[in-house]
Design a protein around this ligand. Structure first.
Ligand code: GCU
Length: 596
């Protein structure tokens, strides 16, 4: 308790305290000491939870005054003047990106304060977690004025236990910051729009004192089912039941884990027959269940094998971007994009260039669609910065923990079109190793580089990968389509090569008999010429046109683009299928009829 000998002394002291935070240039450092990372993540899937969605109060905080001056600690009963007034803030529905919710915020980059209140009753012994499915691009979380921690990464989930901080009435304040930076993942330069906000669901999740933290079910081979469970608590056994497989196992718990391998005689999951089984786990009072498809994925030479049979990936690329909702998606939008891809004749989608909403893999499991999931290690990254590598590893771990029970996911991609330096090789090979250690059952890929002099795929990263991605734009950025033929002849590898991007821009509705640049005719002609070379090449094990829908990108500002990358086969409204859509559809149908 401060005691002042005079008013002058009091005033000086108050000014000193008031001025102190104005001079603190390192204010953010103290918040970064408390990271909410993958080691705190608790699996949401299969649990009931209370969604904290609906109207929250938002306020832009361009100078981070909340973090600097401690607005998060205000109670509204202050006797000295404060510079924020929560009731005055704008009401916005969460989850959403702020860019689409208020015209003046469309291009806002910086910190946005989110505030909501909620009541909570906590049964004796129950443990309560806040679970965030996605906050772009980083989040500082405060509950009842207490700082809970900081999460880096726009596209992966994070959680934090709040058992000790919970009250009957609670105030949750989140500072969401989407400022791009050379030392984030992705860095400051990308070919997509930098949305911001609490754009995926926030949940209040209650679990018993002893609970199931994570669990993983998959085929180790065509005849063996593997189950690994991570637990938090005191019980010495955990039950696993799958009635349809006739499984009822009581597994002993050692050091908070339990594992088992059992023979598998059921039906494998496949694209034509997405068969799934319901697994139920019981650990003390905790019970979770999930519906899981069981399949194998592997490589043999330059072939990809799904359930031990060669499969050609008839793919397409997809961004998470909508003209009305930005990066926010709901189940209907996700289901619609999967149906558009199926209608195109696809059996695989490359989820560019960051983890999409969990709905995507959940619905792909249901519909029978394979997925390439990717970490936003995109273009130039601060590859020599250990903190950036730690960030990338954490995002990869959170993605794998979230989706590893999703059989539709067959490839973890550790990056896209990165410069070939020693630092990049070390950075991405360590990500590839991490992916394999967390999940040996899937393939690891990345979009690799081409030696433009010898016209051959040539990337030191190839040695770390199971599948080699190649993004090529011959016939668009490089007018000489003949180079593609030479490149394919020079690039026959002992691993599958996937053409992970190829595309041309077209403004929907712009038609030109001479197939001028950005006409629909030009885009269709591009694909006709590309598929003649790609679908006949022994080098190629899969093709992924770039991409299904036009998407927003501040780098695309010519008169046809108007702030959109126009390489979509469908325009951003998702209603206008361009001529090239039918071209790709015809080629994929022909290819499928030939049994590839
Ligand atoms: C690159 C990049 C994409 C980009 C595309 C394009 O290959 O991977 O993110 O949008 O080219 O130029 O349209």
């Amino acid at each position: 308790m401060l005691v002042f000998s005079s008013l002058q002394c009091y005033t000086t002291c108050m000014q000193t305290i008031y001025l102190s935070h104005l001079h603190d240039q390192a204010f953010r450092a103290k918040f970064h000491q408390k990271q909410l990372a993958c080691d705190q993540l608790v699996t949401l899937t299969g649990r009931t939870s209370i969604p904290l969605e609906g109207p929250w109060r938002l306020c832009p905080d361009q100078y981070d005054t909340c973090l600097r001056a401690g607005w998060y600690a205000y109670t509204g009963k202050e006797t000295t003047p404060v510079d924020c007034d929560f009731e005055f803030w704008k009401e916005v529905i969460v989850p959403s990106v702020w860019n689409t919710e208020h015209e003046p915020w469309e291009y806002y980059e910086g910190s946005m304060l989110y505030r909501t209140e909620f009541a909570s009753s906590q049964k004796e012994g129950t443990r309560t977690f806040l679970v965030f499915e996605g906050v772009a691009n980083r989040a500082y979380v405060f509950l009842n004025g207490i700082y809970l921690g900081f999460h880096e990464g726009a596209s992966t989930p994070f959680s934090v236990e709040i058992t000790a901080s919970l009250q009957d009435r609670n105030t949750l304040l989140v500072c969401a910051n989407n400022t791009r930076s050379v030392s984030s993942v992705p860095s400051e330069n990308t070919d997509w729009f930098n949305y911001g906000g609490i754009y995926r669901q926030v949940h209040l999740m209650q679990v018993p004192p002893s609970f199931i933290r994570h669990w993983y079910v998959r085929l180790l081979d065509a005849h063996t089912l593997g189950i690994d469970i991570e637990l938090s608590g005191i019980h010495d056994s955990v039950q696993v039941v799958c009635k349809e497989l006739g499984l009822s196992l009581l597994l002993a718990v050692h050091d908070h884990t339990a594992s088992v391998q059992v023979p598998f005689t059921g039906q494998v999951w496949g694209i034509e027959n997405p068969k799934r089984y319901t697994f139920c786990l019981q650990y003390g009072q905790d019970r979770v269940e999930d519906t899981i498809g069981l399949r194998t994925i592997a490589c043999r030479g330059n072939q990809i094998l799904l359930n031990e049979k060669p499969i050609f990936l008839r793919g397409v690329c997809l961004h998470e971007d909508h003209p009305d909702f930005g990066r926010y998606v709901n189940e209907n939008l996700v289901r619609r994009s999967l149906e558009d891809a199926k209608l195109l004749g696809c059996n695989c989608i490359r989820l560019s260039h960051y983890p999409h909403h969990r709905y995507m893999a959940e619905i792909a499991d249901e519909l029978g669609m394979l997925l390439w999931e990717e970490l936003p290690v995109y273009w130039a990254i601060a590859f020599s910065d250990p903190a950036v590598l730690a960030d990338a590893k954490n995002q990869l771990s959170e993605l794998i923990l979230r989706d590893r029970n999703r059989c539709s996911v067959i490839i973890w991609s550790v990056g896209n079109e990165n410069p070939d330096t020693d630092e990049r090789l070390a950075f991405m090979s360590s990500l590839a190793s991490l992916a394999r250690s967390l999940d040996p059952s899937r393939l690891v890929g990345a979009a690799c580089l081409v030696n433009e002099h010898t016209l051959c795929i040539q990337d030191r990263l190839e040695a770390c990968l199971d599948v080699i991605g190649l993004n090529e734009y011959y016939g668009w950025y490089d007018p000489d389509m003949g180079k593609l033929k030479i490149l394919l002849e020079h690039s026959l590898k002992d691993k599958p090569v996937l053409i992970t991007e190829f595309g041309a821009g077209a403004k929907a509705g712009f038609h030109d008999a001479e197939a001028a640049l950005f006409s629909e005719e030009r885009q269709a002609l591009f694909y006709k010429q590309q598929f003649v070379l790609l679908l006949g090449s022994p080098t190629v094990s899969g093709t992924f046109p770039w991409l299904l829908y036009d998407f927003r990108s501040p780098r695309r500002m010519n008169k046809y683009q108007g702030g959109y990358n126009r390489k979509g086969l469908i325009d951003q409204s998702r209603r206008h299928k361009k001529l090239a859509y039918a071209t790709v559809q015809t080629e994929y149908r022909r290819f499928k009829e030939q049994g590839r």
